[in-house]
Design a protein around this ligand. Structure first.
Ligand code: GTP
Ligand code: SPV
Ligand code: MN
Length: 620
């Protein structure tokens, strides 16, 4: 155990500034002091900075980032206290093929994750991290996911050599002194989250605006509750509280502790009678969570508020499901987010205090991306720094360009969004991006059928991860890249949880698809605010006041069951949105079987659901 006052200051390889930072650490937390010292000895930074999370610190770091060329300060009048960053063109998204779950046995990681033996991986990573922070500052960021006032606060500490990460983490989580103080007082456990850009600077070497490494490793050690991330500065690869902790590590913790860590937004809806309900929805990356979380209802008397836009921690207490959003900010997809599609996001971002990454710059120091405004600017500087005009023939912003904004700036944020106890959960929606087959909405026949719907969720891939876009893949509960253990055990855990808590107390499950196409290729359903019509049907189903038609895939509304007042939609489009086509669904079965073969050890209950679906289809 390291002792803050007597620990050796003669450790080899540490320079004076680093030794002083260790000796004058703002904490006496033994695990933390020992870990920071070890990591400093390995990575050999020039200096250590303990992040306090203050505004002063933000001002200093953002100014340094502007001077370094990483940030462009935006026009104060348009976007106060806001910055644009441009990544290395090869560091623009999560890298799933470089993401690893390192458990003692390959079975622990299961058939959907990349696995490596923890000891072997540690050896590889120690080589990578040795000297990786030379010439740079090591930042130590204490953070908590969820409320600091929670019964059992989920602490983490990220060590990083990226000031961009420090600034982004300040938006996305509660960080700094209050967290460190409470963690120290309680000598609390925290998740060790180590991050390096993997781009040390030799003496006299000039830095680049976006340092990173061509070799990337995003590694989770779920059994040790630890994260090592190397080589990328981008989003989910580098802001380790988000996907690495709040989903991959947390899903493993949740499995052990009897709760669920999920890739879900949280929406609060209030009906014209004044009854409020909370709904969580799991859609794969870049498939509409942030937009649905900020829904602006187009139907009279209905109100929607946001609780969270990406991650849900669902716990079960006294026979009730309660859900918490563990994040404090939004890391949202920019393209397609506009004044007509998502005015709530636009107003939040326009308040400032935002970091944009890989968007385009307007000539007056603002930002722009495809879909932000109907009018396209005559001239822009694109995300790669080149001149851009509407006839350039390429997008001005990267398809996975993002805004990083404090959640508090969203004016439709529900007051109770950060309640340490969470909010009661009435329904879970699964959804994907499918051009065909999957109807606008269906209600599951019960928990087990709903888990089957989630287990077989399919979606076309998007720019949120490196690789091909538009390929249909199975993405269980929208968690394929985020399950921190064996996917078969994950499905079992969903089933067990339902059995333990009891069907009556569990949220009802729905399956949606905003992305179905008509014969001419256009979207069958207008989406965005019009999705409130689907929400209305769901809430009325929960209340027992809406009708629906039983189909082989679930209960689907007829045209009459949906509120379509004032909606501009043709009969053909509506038919295309709602149709359950026997042939399309029969053609879906081989894909489901292939997926189950890949999983290998699918729970029996899910296989029974698969058989039930086929039988219903054949009898329909
Ligand atoms: P991650 O942050 O990667 O997890 O993504 P997300 O699930 O929050 O997706 P987001 O809401 O940012 O939407 C991604 C893209 O889908 C954007 O380009 C949106 O414009 C588009 N989109 C969202 N909702 C709808 C919808 O109802 N219909 C259609 N057609 N497009 C939508
Ligand atoms: C996602 O890809 O689901 C995101 C963005 O929310 S990232 O933080 O990069 O994972
Ligand atoms: Mn996401």
């Amino acid at each position: 155990m390291a002792d803050n006052t007597t620990a050796s200051t003669e450790s080899t390889g540490l320079n004076q500034a680093v030794r002083e930072a260790l000796d004058n650490a703002p904490t006496t937390h033994p695990q933390l002091l020992e870990w920071v010292r070890e990591m400093a000895e390995m990575t050999q930074p020039d200096a250590i900075h303990w992040a306090d999370g203050s505004e002063e610190e933000w001002n200093t770091l953002t100014t340094e980032l502007v001077d370094a060329g990483t940030f462009v300060r935006l026009n104060e009048e348009k976007f106060p206290n806001s910055f644009a960053a441009f990544s290395d063109p090869d560091d623009v998204a999560r890298v799933e093929e470089r993401t690893f779950i390192c458990t003692k046995t390959p079975k622990g990681a299961g058939p959907t994750n990349n696995w490596e033996d923890p000891a072997v991986m540690k050896e590889t990573l120690v080589k990578k991290f040795t000297g990786s922070m030379r010439g740079r500052t090591m930042y130590v960021i204490p953070f908590v996911m969820g409320s600091l006032d929670a019964e059992d606060p989920k602490y983490g500490v990220e060590i990083t050599d990226s000031a961009y990460v420090v600034c982004s983490m300040r938006i996305m989580a509660t960080i700094g002194t209050p967290v460190l103080d409470k963690m120290t007082r309680d000598n609390a456990f925290f998740v060790e989250a180590l991050h390096s850009l993997g781009s040390p600077l030799e003496p006299g070497e000039e830095d680049v605006p976006w340092p990173c490494n061509t070799t990337k490793y995003i590694v989770q050690f779920p059994e040790d509750r630890a994260i090592w991330s190397f080589g990328s500065g981008y989003g989910g690869n580098a802001l380790l509280g988000k996907k690495c902790y709040a989903l991959r590590i947390a899903s493993a913790i949740a499995h052990d502790e009897g709760w669920l860590a999920e890739h879900m937004l949280i929406l609060k809806v209030t009906d014209p009678e004044g009854d409020s309900r909370y709904i969580a929805a799991a859609f794969p990356s870049a498939c509409g969570k942030t937009n649905f979380a900020m829904l602006e209802p187009t139907i009279d008397g209905w109100k929607a508020e946001m609780v969270g836009d990406d991650i849900s921690w669902i716990r079960f207490k006294e026979g009730q499901a309660r859900v918490v959003n563990p994040e404090a900010g939004l890391f949202g997809v920019a393209p397609g987010t506009g004044w007509t599609t998502n005015p709530n996001a636009m107003r939040g971002v326009a308040r400032g205090n935002t970091i944009f990454t890989n968007v385009a710059l307007t000539d007056d120091g603002g930002v722009w991306w495809e879909g932000m405004t109907d009018e396209v600017p005559d001239h822009l500087t694109d995300w790669k720094g080149n001149d851009w005009t509407p006839d350039s023939g390429r997008p001005a912003a990267h398809p996975n360009s993002r805004f990083c904004t404090p959640i508090k700036q969203v004016d439709i944020l529900a007051d109770e969004y950060d309640d340490p106890e969470g909010v009661p959960l009435s329904a879970i929606i699964f959804g994907g991006r499918r051009k065909t087959t999957v109807p606008l909405v269906s209600e599951s026949f019960g928990w087990e059928h709903g888990v089957f719907q989630g287990a077989t969720l399919s979606s076309e891939t998007t720019a949120a991860a490196k690789g091909a876009v538009g390929v249909v893949r199975r993405d269980p509960m929208a968690m394929l890249p985020f399950i921190g253990y064996n996917a078969n055990d994950y499905l079992d855990h969903w089933l067990d949880t339902g059995a333990r808590v009891g069907e009556e107390a569990m949220p009802k499950i729905y399956y949606v698809n905003w992305f179905r196409r008509t014969a001419d290729g256009g979207f069958a359903w207008p989406g965005f605010g019009e999705n409130s019509r689907v929400v209305k049907w769901i809430v009325e189903r929960l209340k027992g006041t809406a009708g629906g038609q039983e189909t082989p895939v679930g209960i689907v509304p007829t045209k009459e069951d949906l509120d379509l007042s004032g909606l501009d939609i043709s009969d053909d489009e509506l038919e295309a949105a709602l149709r359950v086509d026997q042939e399309e669904w029969l053609a879906e079965l081989p894909g489901i079987d292939e997926w189950f073969n890949k999983l290998g050890d699918v729970p029996e209950v899910i296989l029974e659901q698969r058989a039930g679906l086929e039988e219903r289809l054949k009898n329909s």
